[in-house]
Design a protein around this ligand. Structure first.
Ligand SMILES: Cc1cc2nc3c(=O)[nH]c(=O)nc-3n(C[C@H](O)[C@H](O)[C@H](O)COP(=O)(O)OP(=O)(O)OC[C@H]3O[C@@H](n4cnc5c(N)ncnc54)[C@H](O)[C@@H]3O)c2cc1C
Length: 213
């Protein structure tokens, strides 16, 4: 772990020691992570994962922490906070590309801003793009599978791959990432041109249902 910390420092990758995990998940439970790494960009994320592998350090990828429970004794190893990444969203015509750390709320608002329909179902799911792709998140009749076209990820073997959604075995709350240990870096969505007022109304309607429940 000492060598790992030195390498993080040399690469200027931010980290904290004994970080309480309760502060990083929805249910506000869990003891400290031995090391909590906060990569600021994709390159730092890939380097942090590569360093864990090189030094045989146990690691865990954390998104927004809305679908995990950490143990009271904490995590012996490294928790890599993907949500710390720069929140990058690019829009080109009807195609939206977002980094793994982008919150779904921000993604949905970007789609709304550009008059793009298809992601309304995701408004209110409290996760990141990475976490949502990982488990094919869905609600109210929609799921990531409906709009996802490609995913870039850091494969367990160490190289960055870009794969079409059709190859991700997306089904009910499942993707290949649950088996292949890949680190999702970004995802691309194909949406439909729509009326901003209608999109906003749908998002508000679904959010109201969530609040009510
Ligand atoms: C109040 C509430 C409402 C919810 N409503 C819904 C709902 O309507 N529909 C639904 O589907 N889910 C729902 N969820 C569950 C949760 O929001 C989703 O599962 C969400 O997609 C998790 O994203 P996250 O970023 O919080 O992931 P986390 O909880 O941080 O992580 C979940 C899993 O994804 C993995 N992971 C995260 N990022 C990456 C990455 N970049 N690369 C590889 N693996 C990664 C983690 O290792 C972990 O195994 C809800 C949860 C709460 C608390």
């Amino acid at each position: 772990m000492e060598r790992f910390k030195q390498k993080l420092q040399a690469a200027a990758i931010p980290f904290r020691e004994n970080e309480p995990l309760a502060a990083h998940c929805t249910f506000k439970i869990g003891g400290p992570a031995q090391l909590f790494v906060m990569p600021e960009n994709e390159q730092q994320l890939c380097s942090a994962v590569a360093l864990c592998k090189e030094l045989a350090v146990r690691y865990y990828l954390l998104g927004n922490g809305s679908n995990i429970l950490f143990a009271d004794e904490g995590f012996s190893g490294v928790v890599i906070d993907v949500s710390a990444l720069d929140a990058e969203i690019a829009v080109e015509d009807t195609v939206l590309t977002a980094g793994a750390g982008v919150r779904l709320a921000a993604l949905c608002k970007a789609a709304l801003k550009h008059g793009l329909s298809g992601l309304e179902f995701a408004y209110g799911i409290p996760g990141t793009v990475g976490g949502a792709v990982y488990m094919n998140a869905g609600a109210y009749g929609g799921e990531m599978k409906d709009v996802l076209t490609t995913v870039r990820y850091l494969a367990a073997e160490g190289e960055v791959r870009e794969v079409p959604a059709a190859e991700l075995d997306l089904r009910y709350r499942h993707s290949i990432f649950e088996e292949n240990s890949g680190c999702i870096l970004s995802a691309q969505f194909h949406l439909q041109p729509g009326n901003a007022a209608d999109i906003r109304a749908k998002m508000d309607e679904l959010m109201a249902k969530r609040v009510e429940k």
